[in-house]
Each structure stands twice: as structure tokens, then as C-alpha cells.
Design a binder for this molecule. Structure first.
Ligand SMILES: [Fe+2]
Ligand SMILES: [Fe+2]
Length: 196
């Protein structure tokens, strides 16, 4: 991996034994990847965008499988907090679907990317404010560590290539439908976590 590429939470020496700290680090990684997509072009941009979609898929799946279910049970008003977050995630996913089959150098791509960035950023902020800070007050260090472990497992299980087994040709390969890439990543993580 080149030094210029955005590293991910988990690549460094942080212990990540607190699920809230880990997810907030991922929010930072997502923000950095949006910056990287905006700052590059051509194959580099395609590659950065692919890594962004993968991290979004891994992150949102981990939240859906591990963190939202806990928040529903443990937070006062948790059902409503989670329903609101899921509605935001659905809106972001619709924007993501509008990028389907669009080349990353298409002039319209950047316009839609900025809309996606806004959706994702507002959603992340709402999670941090209405969900994550309250999770920390609702449980103990052991449970925060157990949930962090599950989130890291989710990341390890997600495919790194959009089409497994097509490693050679990958350089010139179009990204393909991004919503489908997101769905495949989610399926893989769900299956691996035994929740499908
Ligand atoms: Fe989320
Ligand atoms: Fe999030």
C-alpha cells in the first residue's frame, strides 16, 4: 500500500477495545477516503472510490449487525434512535445507487459524490451524537470490547476485490454497479458473522 493511500482503523497499533472509538475512527477513515477520491483522477480515483465503497459497506453492516441491535435494547428511546439512523443510511444508499455504472471521471460523478459525502457525513454526526455517546454510558468496558471485536471481524471478512478471482484485468476493470458491490460486501459479512 502506498503511503499516500488512506490507512484504515485496525492497520495501526491502536488496541481498539472500545467499539465507539473504533467506529469513530472509521468515520474519520471514511472522511479521508472522500478527500482521496476528490484529490485524484483516472485509475487512482477509481481505486480510492472502490476502497471507499468497501469501507462504507463494512462499516454500515457492522453497525447494523452489532451496534444498532444493542442500541435498540439498551438506550432509552433506542428504537426511535435506530429507526432514524436506518432512514439516513437508506437515503445515503439511494445516492450511492445514483453513481451506478457512472465512470469516476464522468463530470457528473463529482456532483453526486459530494451529495453522497454530505449524506454520509450528516449520518455519521447523528450517530455520534444520538447513539454512540449514549452507548458508552449504557454498558461496561467488557461489552464495548466484545462489540469492537465483532466489528473488526466484519472488516476482516469483507472481500477486497469487487469481483473475486478476477485479479489480473483488475486494473482496467470498470467498478461495476456500486450498490451491488455494497450488497455483496454486506452479504459476505453477514454470512461470515452467522447472521443471514
Ligand atoms: Fe451508520
Ligand atoms: Fe457510522
Amino acid at each position: 500500500m502506498s503511503d499516500l493511500q488512506t490507512p484504515h482503523a485496525g492497520d495501526d497499533k491502536s488496541k481498539d477495545d472500545d467499539v465507539v472509538a473504533l467506529l469513530m475512527r472509521q468515520h474519520g477513515d471514511i472522511r479521508n477516503l472522500f478527500d482521496e477520491v476528490e484529490a485524484t483522477e483516472g485509475e487512482e480515483r477509481r481505486d480510492a472510490f472502490r476502497r471507499l465503497v468497501r469501507l462504507l459497506a463494512v462499516h454500515e453492516t457492522a453497525e447494523e449487525e452489532v451496534v444498532h441491535p444493542f442500541a435498540r435494547r439498551a438506550l432509552s428511546g433506542g428504537e426511535k434512535v435506530v429507526e432514524d439512523r436506518l432512514a439516513e443510511e437508506r437515503a445515503a444508499k439511494e445516492t450511492l445507487a445514483s453513481l451506478d455504472d457512472m465512470d469516476t471521471d464522468d463530470p457528473k460523478f463529482m456532483l453526486q459524490l459530494l451529495k453522497l459525502r454530505k449524506d454520509v457525513q450528516e449520518h455519521a454526526r447523528a450517530e455520534e451524537r444520538y447513539e454512540f455517546t449514549h452507548i458508552r454510558r449504557s454498558t461496561d468496558a467488557a461489552n464495548l470490547a466484545a462489540m469492537a471485536k465483532a466489528v473488526k471481524a466484519a472488516e476482516a471478512m469483507a472481500p477486497t476485490r469487487p469481483h473475486p478471482g478476477v485479479e489480473s484485468g483488475a486494473k482496467n476493470m470498470a467498478l461495476g454497479p456500486v450498490a451491488a458491490l455494497m450488497d455483496r460486501t454486506k452479504d459476505a459479512v453477514r454470512k461470515a458473522m452467522g447472521n443471514d
